[in-house]
Design a protein around this ligand. Sequence first.
Ligand SMILES: [Cu+2]
Length: 203
Amino acid sequence: MKKLIQKTTGYMAAAAILVSFNACEQANDVTPDAALSAQNVAEAHQTNSMNLHQTYTVQLMELNGSGVSGMAQIDLMGDMIEVDLEASGLTPEMEHMQHIHGFTDSNKNAVCPPMSADTDGDGLISLVEGIPYYGAVLVPLTPYPMADATGMVDFMNSFSITRAARPMQNNVIVVHGMYVDGVYDPTIPVACGQIKVMNQSGK
Ligand SMILES: [Cu+2]
């Protein structure tokens, strides 16, 4: 059911893009003789697409006493994002899952879970215990990086996003994976940060 909803949302986003392209073509068609007007229309469209450029920053703070910290920057261009993420204090030479988490209901804001999220009282916030706060995985930030020998990760990649991931500042980034009682738990959250708008101008 959830998958179906996400699929439907994707189709709606695609339909919206098609409609906006059609609108542009029609606007060009109604000014066939006026070169200057056509140029103005073209510039207006360029301005619209420029407005889709937005930069976000994320300060990653430790969860579960992991000692992990880091920073991320997200550049949104239309329906593409480029994610730069640097973190330290991770379990060395282990893979760390990292995701943009949030709610597909765009009115609901994802947050990093407080210690009170530990409902079973074992002293740790599990992946599942965090979901009421940070929601589901919206964008897996793959390929999941391996921390180096000093526990650092330096990651960059680009992803296409659906409407479910908007607005971006309603989401958080969660990094996972550390040893719990001598066993590596790849799912346990070790860092989290709210996605925040860095600029409004689009430059
Ligand atoms: Cu995650």
